[in-house]
Design a protein around this ligand. Structure first.
Ligand code: ZN
Length: 192
């Protein structure tokens, strides 16, 4: 039975669905009658039975026919650009955390307002950009403490925190140890 808005299946569309062909994304979406969910052609979710699949031109039609968007492929296309933006932001942090990276500088580099960047990042990553920056710095500091003999103030500088006392305070807050203690513990462990 054909439903309102259903464009009908073609061989090309079915082929796109079974091969998760992303080049068909935004050209049509498919809904699955048995689950009530609709997906992009590229979605890697479980293969539906062909007879249960309806083809819609876009997400709006599927929504108005009563289908819900898949949480995995997010076929409404609203959240994916945010996710792409957030992965650009994290890549930018990963490249620049060792400089004097502030939220304002980050927003500038990633073409958004600090407020919007902060909110979008937090919604998608579950942590603020500043927390992510701190985490990147602490991870690198742990690496330096473990594999090098750099001094604590050298390490602080190398992870973008020229204020050593502040670095020590943050490190202790995140790991429960001062950097010097952390190094001692790690060294002791490796000595057996
Ligand atoms: Zn999906």
């Amino acid at each position: 039975m054909q439903q309102a808005g259903d464009e009908g299946m073609t061989e090309a569309k079915w082929h796109a669905i079974i091969h998760n062909d992303a080049s068909y994304d935004f050209r049509f979406i498919y809904a699955v009658k048995t689950t009530g969910i609709f997906c992009r052609p590229s979605c890697k979710s479980k293969m539906p039975n062909k007879e249960n699949v309806l083809i819609f031109q876009n997400a709006e039609q599927a929504l108005s026919a009563g289908y819900r968007p898949c949480k995995r492929c997010k076929p409404t296309g609203e959240r994916l650009p945010d996710q792409e933006w957030v992965s650009q932001i994290t890549a930018c942090i990963d490249r620049n955390y060792n400089g004097s990276l502030t939220l304002e500088a980050l927003a500038d580099m990633c073409h958004g307002s600090p407020y919007h960047l902060h909110r979008t990042f937090k919604r998608i990553k579950g942590m603020t950009p500043v927390e992510y920056i701190q985490q990147a710095r602490m991870n690198k500091a742990i690496e330096y403490l473990t594999v090098t003999n750099k001094t604590v103030s050298d390490i602080a500088l190398n992870v973008g925190m020229p204020n050593t006392p502040y670095f020590i305070t943050l490190f202790k807050k995140k790991t429960g140890h001062t950097p010097a203690d952390y190094r001692r513990i790690i060294r002791k462990k490796s000595e057996g």
